[in-house]
Design a protein around this ligand. Structure first.
Ligand SMILES: Cc1cc2nc3c(=O)[nH]c(=O)nc-3n(C[C@H](O)[C@H](O)[C@H](O)COP(=O)(O)OP(=O)(O)OC[C@H]3O[C@@H](n4cnc5c(N)ncnc54)[C@H](O)[C@@H]3O)c2cc1C
Ligand SMILES: *[C@@H]1O[C@H](CO)[C@@H](O)[C@H](O)[C@H]1NC(C)=O
Ligand SMILES: *[C@@H]1O[C@H](CO)[C@@H](O)[C@H](O)[C@H]1NC(C)=O
Ligand SMILES: *[C@@H]1O[C@H](CO)[C@@H](O)[C@H](O)[C@H]1NC(C)=O
Length: 461
């Protein structure tokens, strides 16, 4: 049996491509290596509701295919407020308005890049020190505070970018924010609802009759022809092979980095290999703890700001703990706090025994928030494994310091492989292939739509 299109990977990009092609009457086979659809969106039951181990919010509401789908289906989505308290490592409470002003300034500076690109951390540091001098001269007598705010900002940027250091990120980025609220939550409904809508199964929908969707199907080889008369042949780890006119590959940049050489026959062209090598994907990870009751201010985030002398007391093998810059209350359930980790530390946390992670994050929580209260032991723990997962190998891509040197890398990654007649046979979608909305779910869905439409030239974009 032969399909029109095989889609490798059923995350946001793959599911959008599948839906778009099926609506146009195409016969589609979706092959997904994991035992679920959603990819880097993973809603799991926890406490009295759900938590998101992957994507948490819809960033923006305007021109967002995913926000529109939620609204059209009458699904309630809610803005999450980012009000926060600031605790220092000696248990004292710090002024949240001062930190808010500095963070807001730093994030604003990102929108005002220098003419000559440079590492983002270096640039923000320079601008922040000038800003403090003119707007917060009272802070200049507390150099330790300034140093720690810069450490904190490094983590904030890494959380945004999924970088390991803010100096791995370039001031030159094409990333473009959608208008509207930046933190729209699916709360108790879960982000996974998006995939039910995309695949037409929401509210007992019938799905798509021309979609053959198979889970636990790890694709190991994609063989694409030069001859217009021949099929693309896709082979899975279980030995099964499938044929189609074309294939849309939606695996992450991390997966491409690790296995593009084995995956494609013949090998990818040099320019695409270079793009894959020079682009970056990093790690943002989460550890979620469930408590018997809430002991924090309802709806508030807590921000951890170290003091230099406390930071120095942390032994070398435990410095990963200092990269959790705070906790947030997820909107999908009660009595839960999520710790956000980044970079090499987040990779390490994935490998540590669960009891060690639990003990150390509880020490952290009690150090910062436990001075004037007794924090109970958690009754549940869940954590993400986006780096160890062989089918993601990271969280999302960012514009690294090589971006100015390789300005077309994302476009090169997105360009299809053509046969002798110039017909696209292997197409590339996924978050990393979007020039301006990479690293997001809305961007990933746009790329799925883009590539499906490449195969439907008569369709409207
Ligand atoms: C912790 C975290 C927080 C995030 N927060 C947000 C957020 O708040 N808002 C936001 O917009 N975005 C967020 N993101 C990013 C967002 O989740 C991704 O950009 C988006 O989901 C990527 O979709 P995709 O379809 O490009 O890739 P994926 O979701 O990775 O889909 C690719 C699919 O391919 C499958 N696959 C891989 N290899 C194979 C193979 N060999 N054979 C078959 N199948 C294979 C994978 O299993 C996967 O299902 C976050 C991500 C993470 C990890
Ligand atoms: C959404 O609600 C409106 C108004 O209540 C209704 O007309 C519409 O049919 C609903 N749409 C869906 C998809 O349920
Ligand atoms: C700072 O804390 C106060 C009191 O808890 C709160 O009302 C305010 O919204 C907070 N500000 C920010 C920026 O989070
Ligand atoms: C770090 O090292 C110290 C001293 O060697 C040891 O007591 C501690 O258990 C180690 N911590 C972790 C998380 O492995």
């Amino acid at each position: 049996m032969s399909y029109d299109t095989i889609i490798v990977g059923l995350g946001a990009a793959g599911c959008t491509a599948a839906a778009t092609l099926c609506k146009a009457g195409k016969k589609v086979l979706g092959l997904e290596a994991m035992n679920r659809v959603g990819g880097r969106v993973n809603t799991v039951p926890f406490s009295n509701g759900v938590i998101e181990l992957g994507a948490e919010w819809m960033h923006g509401q305007e021109n967002s295919r995913i926000y529109d789908l939620a609204i059209q289906n009458n699904i309630s989505v809610l803005p999450q407020e980012l009000s926060f308290d600031v605790y220092r490592s000696d248990g004292s409470i710090s002024n949240n308005e001062t930190l808010n002003d500095l963070v807001t300034f730093a994030l604003g500076v990102v929108e005002d890049p220098p003419e000559v690109p440079e590492p983002l951390g270096q640039y923000i540091t320079r601008r922040m020190l000038e800003y403090i001098k003119t707007n917060h001269p009272e802070l200049e007598s507390d150099q330790d505070y300034i140093t720690e705010v810069l450490h904190f900002m490094d983590l904030v940027i890494n959380n945004y970018e999924s970088s390991n250091s803010w100096n791995d990120v370039s001031t030159q980025s094409r990333y473009d924010e959608l208008g509207g609220h930046q933190h729209m939550s699916w709360h108790k409904n879960g982000y996974r609802t998006l995939f039910e809508i995309l695949l037409n199964t929401y509210n007992n929908g019938p799905g798509f009759p021309t979609l053959d969707l198979q889970l636990n199907k790890e694709v190991t080889s994609i063989s694409w022809p030069q001859d217009p008369a021949e099929d693309v042949v896709v082979t899975c780890k279980d030995g099964s092979t499938y044929r189609a006119k074309n294939v849309i590959v939606t695996v992450s940049l991390g997966v491409l980095k690790e296995r593009h050489e084995k995956l494609f026959t013949p090998p990818l062209p040099e320019d695409k290999k270079t793009a894959i090598e020079k682009m970056s994907i990093g790690v943002v990870g989460k550890v979620a703890l469930q408590f018997p009751e809430r002991f924090w201010q309802k709806g508030f985030w807590t921000t951890f700001l170290w003091k230099g002398e406390d930071r120095q007391k942390i032994s070398e093998n435990e410095t990963w703990i200092t990269t959790f810059n705070g906790v947030s209350p997820p909107m999908g359930c009660d009595n839960v706090l999520t710790f956000w980790g980044v970079g090499d530390a987040a990779k390490l946390v994935e490998t540590l025994p669960e009891d060690v992670v639990k003990r150390k994050v509880m020490e952290l929580l009690r150090k910062f928030m436990g001075k004037d209260r007794t924090i109970p032991e958690p009754i549940g723990i869940l954590r993400s494994t986006w780096y160890s997962n062989p089918f993601t190998r990271g969280s999302y891509s960012y514009d690294n310091v090589l971006t100015p040197q390789y300005p077309t890398a994302r476009a090169t990654l997105a360009s299809p492989l053509l046969d002798k007649s110039g017909t696209p046979r292997v197409l590339f979608a996924g978050e990393a292939t979007d020039n301006t909305h990479f690293s997001t779910v809305h961007g990933a869905t746009d790329t799925g739509f883009r590539e499906a439409n490449r195969l439907l030239p008569q369709a409207k974009l």
